[in-house]
Design a protein around this ligand. Structure first.
Ligand code: GLU
Length: 477
């Protein structure tokens, strides 16, 4: 059956809740979402929780939170596979009744022996079809006490071909693939009457069929699963979706991005102070392009993303570029929004501040920060003691400048109104009175008050402090 281009556009993302939302899954979710939005279709969220041992509710919640954070809103779902077991059983029974699937009673030990013998003969290991019914074939007697699996009767000959939206035409011969297990019996210790669990390749087809999915974007680790899935779609007489297999994301060492090589979850980047729109921008660009555009809005992405211009080769995760993209979004971000984010981060560090107080500080420092964590690092000096480095103290705070620091402290203390202009005037008066140059005073002021010597202009920085704090820190030597 050919791929059906006339289905209404319906895409889905189908994460397994065995951890945080992985960056690779977030990217395919983003492509699926953008594709549906571009064509006015629907985007479905399905939770593939059939790996009962590894799936957790906590992970479901993390995934939902990350989708929400990224703004990937879905029209249907979340649909949980574990709530659809009856449906998979019904479809499996239907396939058995039609002679397209069968029960296999081979025990794991027997299958191990089978594979061992195949390896010894130098053959590729595969199910040898011992329980596969064929006209005129005698099947072994059904053993007692063995709960059977259900296997799909894969065609023995012929090619499976599809025109992949990303990789182009792909052909795999049926001789390469065996009769896969589509349904396993319930675990021995499961309560009586429990239903067995379908395997990924079967559940995914039943779901994509039932949910009328027209386009499947997913990671290319699934390319080898697709021929089985296409054969099952065909056995069910279901229309085929179009498949687009997106290449993996590589870490900067050229290996597949993995936990061992740094942060791989969306949550980690949220915590590290990235803005969702920057993440969305960077992730979409990682494996797809629209000319030379590097910075674009969510709306632009939706208007441009039509499933073309997806890269065939793996994308390289580039933390420096992501940081640059984020810094561009931070520069443009509304100060009130940044202030909220910084207030939340200060709270995590044990500092409670009204976000309104942070607003002018965010405005002053956002240009030099690539994450909101970096921005918070700056603003901490306004609320917690600073510790200038011994090196900065040694190079800038010497006996010669102490009278100037004391003079400045006096002038600031006497000042009626704490304004940037008055602070600037006090600094000017102090350097004139002491006969020193601006940096000779500004550097130790920065070191003592801010705990570092590279800051925006001193008057602007000081104005945002509480006056008493400035004076106390100036007098601390
Ligand atoms: N649960 C699968 C995964 O997370 C879904 C693959 C698919 O989209 O078909 O890899």
């Amino acid at each position: 059956m050919s791929q059906n281009a006339s289905l209404p556009i319906r895409t889905r993302i189908a994460p397994s809740p065995t951890g945080f939302l992985h960056l690779g899954t977030a990217r395919t979710a983003l492509y699926s979402w953008a594709y549906a939005r571009h064509f006015g279709g629907k985007f479905v969220l399905r939770i593939e929780d059939t790996d009962v041992a590894r799936s957790t509710q906590d992970s479901v919640e993390q995934i939902l939170a990350s989708m929400k954070w990224l703004g990937l809103d879905y029209d249907e779902g979340p649909i949980y596979q574990m709530q659809r077991l009856e449906r998979y059983h019904a479809v499996a029974e239907q396939l058995i009744a039609e002679g397209k699937a069968y029960r296999c009673y081979a025990t794991p030990a027997e299958l191990d022996d089978m594979r061992e013998a195949q390896r010894a003969r130098g053959e590729k290991t595969r199910y040898d079809g011992r329980w596969r019914p064929e006209a005129g074939k005698m099947l072994p007697p059904v053993p007692s006490g063995v709960a059977p699996v259900v296997r799909f009767k894969n065609p023995l000959e012929g090619d499976v071909t599809w025109d992949d939206l990303v990789k182009g035409p792909i052909t795999i011969n049926n001789r390469e693939i065996d009769d896969l297990i589509i349904l396993r019996p319930a675990a021995e210790d499961a309560p009586a009457g429990s239903l067995g669990v379908p395997t990924y390749n079967f559940a995914v087809v039943v779901d994509d069929w039932d949910m009328q999915i027209s386009h499947v974007f997913r990671g290319d680790e699934h390319v080898n699963n697709t021929p089985w899935q296409i054969n099952i779609f065909n056995a069910l007489g279901a229309p085929l979706p179009q498949f687009g297999h997106v290449p993996v994301i590589l870490g900067d060492d050229g290996q597949k991005l993995s936990k061992r090589r740094g942060a791989v979850s969306v949550t980690a980047y949220e915590e590290a102070g990235y803005l969702p729109e920057a993440m969305l921008n960077y992730l979409s660009r990682l494996g797809w392009s629209h000319g030379d555009d590097e910075l674009f809005s969510r709306e632009q992405l939706v208007s441009w993303f039509d499933g073309t211009h997806l890269n065939k080769s793996p994308a390289q995760w580039d933390p420096a570029k992501l940081e640059w993209v984020n810094s561009q979004y931070i520069k443009q971000a509304d100060d009130a929004r940044l202030a909220e984010l910084v207030a939340a981060q200060l709270r995590q560090r044990g500092i409670e501040v009204e976000s309104s107080r942070l607003l002018p500080m965010c405005a002053l420092f956002k240009d030099r920060c690539s994450t909101t964590v970096a921005l918070t690092d700056w603003l901490v000096m306004y609320f917690a003691p600073v510790s200038p480095s011994a090196e900065d103290l040694a190079s800038h705070v010497n006996d010669a400048v102490k009278p100037a620091l004391a003079g400045l402290a006096d002038r600031l203390e006497a000042m009626a109104e704490w304004t940037k202009a008055n602070i600037a005037a006090a600094i000017k008066e102090t350097i004139t009175a002491q006969g020193i140059k601006m940096p000779v005073l500004a550097m130790p002021v920065r070191a003592l008050v801010c705990g570092r010597v590279q800051t925006p202009s001193v008057d602007a920085v000081l104005e945002l402090f509480e006056k008493e704090i400035v004076i106390k820190r100036l007098r601390s030597i």
